[in-house]
Write a protein that binds this ligand. Structure first.
Ligand code: 13P
Length: 246
């Protein structure tokens, strides 16, 4: 079973002043890899303030360097002390036009720089209601695999984030999430063998202090990717503690 991991995704939130208090209240939790993915301008601040908590970015350029105005490369993120880069978050897919192939190239860019990509997958409500969950997630994962290759799967974290659960207060039930996670675990094993089957599979979407323990108790849920609740230190740390107990 993979080590438990809890990753905060601050999204487009924060200020130098507000971050000081939040970062100062985060800390290591025994038995859990804790990380926060902060906006690019605050990576240096977070790197200086965090103790026992890893750092990540919320997206990354597929390009390494050159004439790509506004882009931030994986090498730059590594330079700033990042361990993770989220790729393919549903907000990037729907609001910023990232398709499966782009997500694959971003994952490859992260791996090239020694970062661990957190590859987000998940279905919309319409896709769930049409019974297409496995097909949609299989397509999203297959496209990433085609770019990064099977041996790299063991160095990837997958985050299952059903779009209908993100920011809605309506988390997937532990059983609903477990069913999808088991499918992702199977896919990892079939494509990448035992090492890939041991990769970390996170759940994201309305994880709160009061539902984290039941989600993390599921055999194929290795932790969470936390949006709103990662902005309140006490909530985020309770979610990390729930992972410790699971
Ligand atoms: P919420 O926890 O706010 O639902 O967001 C989940 C998410 O998108 C994490 O990446």
């Amino acid at each position: 079973m993979a080590q438990k991991r809890v990753v905060g995704n601050w999204k487009l939130n924060g200020s130098l002043a507000a971050n000081e208090a939040l970062l100062g209240a985060l800390g290591a939790v025994a038995g859990v890899d804790v990380a926060v993915c902060v906006p690019f301008p605050y990576l240096a601040q977070a790197a200086a303030r965090l103790r026992g908590v890893a750092l990540g970015a919320q997206t990354v350029s597929e390009f390494q360097s050159g004439a790509y105005t506004g882009e931030v490369s994986a090498e730059m993120l590594a330079d700033l002390g990042c361990r993770y880069a989220i790729v393919g978050h549903s907000e990037r897919r729907t609001l910023f036009g990232e398709d499966d192939a782009t997500v694959g190239r971003k994952a490859a860019a992260a791996l090239r720089a020694g970062l661990m990509p957190i590859v987000c997958v998940g279905e919309s409500l319409a896709e769930r209601e049409a019974g297409r969950v496995a097909e949609v997630i299989g397509r999203q994962l297959d496209t990433v695999l085609a770019v990064i290759g099977a041996p790299a799967l063991a160095r990837v974290t997958v985050a299952y984030e059903p779009v209908w659960a993100i920011g809605t207060g309506r988390a997937a039930s532990a059983q609903e999430a477990q069913a999808v996670h088991a499918g992702i675990r199977r896919w990892l094993g079939e494509r990448g063998g035992a090492a890939a089957a041991a990769a970390c599979v996170l759940y994201g979407g309305s994880v709160k202090a009061d539902n984290a323990a039941s989600l993390f108790a599921m055999p194929d849920i290795d932790g969470g990717l936390i949006g709103g609740a990662s902005l309140a230190a006490r909530d985020f740390m309770s979610i990390c503690q729930a992972a410790n107990g699971a």
